[in-house]
Design a protein around this ligand. Structure first.
Ligand SMILES: O=c1ccn([C@@H]2O[C@H](COP(=O)(O)O)[C@@H](O)[C@H]2O)c(=O)[nH]1
Length: 309
């Protein structure tokens, strides 16, 4: 799957992931009204609004980007109806040729991780039949439980040609509380990064591994160090835009070949019309505002990488 992601990145010339993190406060009134007219102010109504909103954004940006990253929490809060909207979003994006990274942050003891891996990347067997329940291309995985929690995902990745991104150094302000702690004189995130390189070596694509890492744009110096620790692992970089990350912070997340990193922006793209910079689009044209925000992000990253040469 990493080969497909790289092919999409090369085709679009955009190492960008659009994060599909729909929140009700982002969804224009006309979409909410139509959904509530059909299903009332119910969980199903909210899920329908999310789905219609996502569809508008995906239709507007699909030709510009290689991948999307739906954040499952934004769907899960609406219960089963929300999860159906998540599933519909994943299927629709795949139909459009986009690589889908399910931001599900799973990981548990081995037997439970196995079920998570099957749910998100693999197939579940029911009698003589098998089903791919959510069928994302990649999933984000939490390494806190160690190899027991990761190995079931790697097994499914090998069987199904899928991939994972392991949390290594997250973008949030308190990520250092545990991740920066020194263990035998070295920061924990670096030790996890080394493990990612090791896990990745048994699950390689052509040039890069199907086991990647999550490293926040908000920690550029750590990104630079981790790039060296995991030369064959793709880095999924959240934290651009709404969390303050900028193109200039990203250069060292990339390898010399111009590959190796893919940068996520969620609120900065999907709710662009609510920013002053894109206010002229208005709520009715929210998807056009998202398209412009993708174009601007692509330019920002390209300029930063150009400056490195
Ligand atoms: O370290 C991490 C890991 C995951 N995320 C997720 O990425 C998006 C970021 O959203 P923005 O609106 O672009 O800030 C969101 O789904 C997070 O859960 C992260 O931010 N940092």
């Amino acid at each position: 799957m990493i080969d497909q992601l790289i092919a999409n990145i090369k085709k679009t010339n955009a190492p960008i992931v659009v994060g599909l993190d729909p929140m009700m406060k982002f969804i224009p009134e006309q979409i909410q009204k139509a959904a509530f007219a059909e299903y009332g102010e119910t969980l199903k109504g909210a899920a329908e609004a999310i789905w219609q909103y996502n569809k508008g954004i995906v239709d507007a940006v699909a030709d510009l980007i290689p991948a999307v990253k739906p954040q499952i929490a934004m769907y899960e809060q609406f219960g089963v109806a929300g999860l159906i909207a998540f599933q519909k979003t994943v299927a629709y994006c795949k139909e459009k040729g986009l690589v889908v990274i399910g931001d599900v942050k799973r990981g548990d003891i081995g037997s439970t991780s196995e079920a998570y891996a099957v749910a998100h990347l693999g197939k579940v067997v029911v009698g003589e039949k098998s089903y791919a329940p959510f069928d994302e291309d990649f999933a984000t995985v939490n390494p806190y439980l160690g190899s027991d929690g990761i190995n079931p995902f790697i097994k499914v990745c090998k069987e199904e040609n899928k991939g994972i991104f392991v949390l290594v150094k997250t973008s949030n302000p308190s990520s250092g509380e545990f991740q920066d702690r020194l263990v035998d004189g070295r920061p924990l995130y670096e030790i996890v990064g080394e493990k990612v390189a090791e896990w990745g070596s048994e699950c390689m694509g052509s040039e890069y591994s199907n086991v990647g890492a999550v490293v926040g744009a908000t920690y550029p110096e750590m990104g630079k160090a981790l790039r060296k620790v995991m030369p064959k692992s793709y880095i999924l970089v959240p934290g651009y835009g709404a969390q303050g990350g900028k193109g200039a912070d990203l250069v060292h997340f990339f390898n010399e070949d111009g590959l190796g990193a893919i940068v996520n922006s969620s609120r900065g793209i999907i709710a662009a019309y609510q920013q002053e910079k894109y206010a002229q689009f208005g709520a009715a044209n929210y998807a056009d505002a998202s398209r412009q925000a993708v174009i601007d992000m692509r330019e920002d990253i390209a300029q930063a990488l150009q400056g490195r040469k």
